[in-house]
Design a protein around this ligand. Structure first.
Ligand code: ABT
Ligand code: MG
Length: 147
């Protein structure tokens, strides 16, 4: 079954939105495989966002993502990578549709509440960056066989 890495960013944690965000993925029918509150080191943040190293906003991005605790998670389900990006909404909350997390709660492109892996390769890379194998819990839901 496909897995993805999702992370409530420092703004989402500060605004008390961890529960609300988790609820949306639970309601969709995805399965939580791992979760922890953690504070990113600058090193880890720079590795995680390595693809943006040359971008003008890189320094601010790393400042922001290390500014407070994040809630790191792994979720599992059919097409969870693409589907969770749809639930998250466009990068810029101004363009994100109502009903998406960023569309409902976001204001600023640099503080857009939640991160979601953007491809199968990113998902594997990010899951391994943030979690050890023994932190990932595999189980089958015993209720609701329909999703
Ligand atoms: P992430 O899930 O955080 O990776 O966001 P997303 O994949 O939707 O968007 P990308 B393009 O990966 O943006 C990474 C972070 O950089 C911020 N950003 C992006 C800016 O601050 N200014 C910009 O012009 C762009 C393009 C938004 C993302 N995160 N934060 N926080
Ligand atoms: Mg991204």
């Amino acid at each position: 079954m496909e897995r993805t890495y999702l992370m409530v960013k420092p703004d989402g944690v500060q605004r008390g939105l961890i529960g609300e965000i988790i609820s949306r993925f639970e309601a969709k029918g995805f399965t939580l495989v791992a979760g922890k509150l953690t504070q990113l080191s600058r090193d880890l943040a720079e590795t995680h966002y390595g693809e943006h190293k040359e971008r003008p906003f890189f320094g601010e991005l790393v400042d922001f993502i290390t500014s407070g605790p994040v809630f790191a998670m792994v979720w599992e389900g059919e097409n969870v990578i693409k589907s969770s990006r749809t639930l998250v909404g466009s990068t810029n909350p101004i363009e994100a549709s109502p009903g998406t997390i960023r569309g409902d709660y976001g204001v600023h492109v640099g503080m857009n509440l939640i991160h979601g892996s953007d491809s199968p390769e990113s998902a594997v890379r990010e899951i391994n960056l943030f979690f050890t194998e023994d932190e990932l819990v595999s189980y089958k839901k015993t209720i609701n066989q329909w999703i």
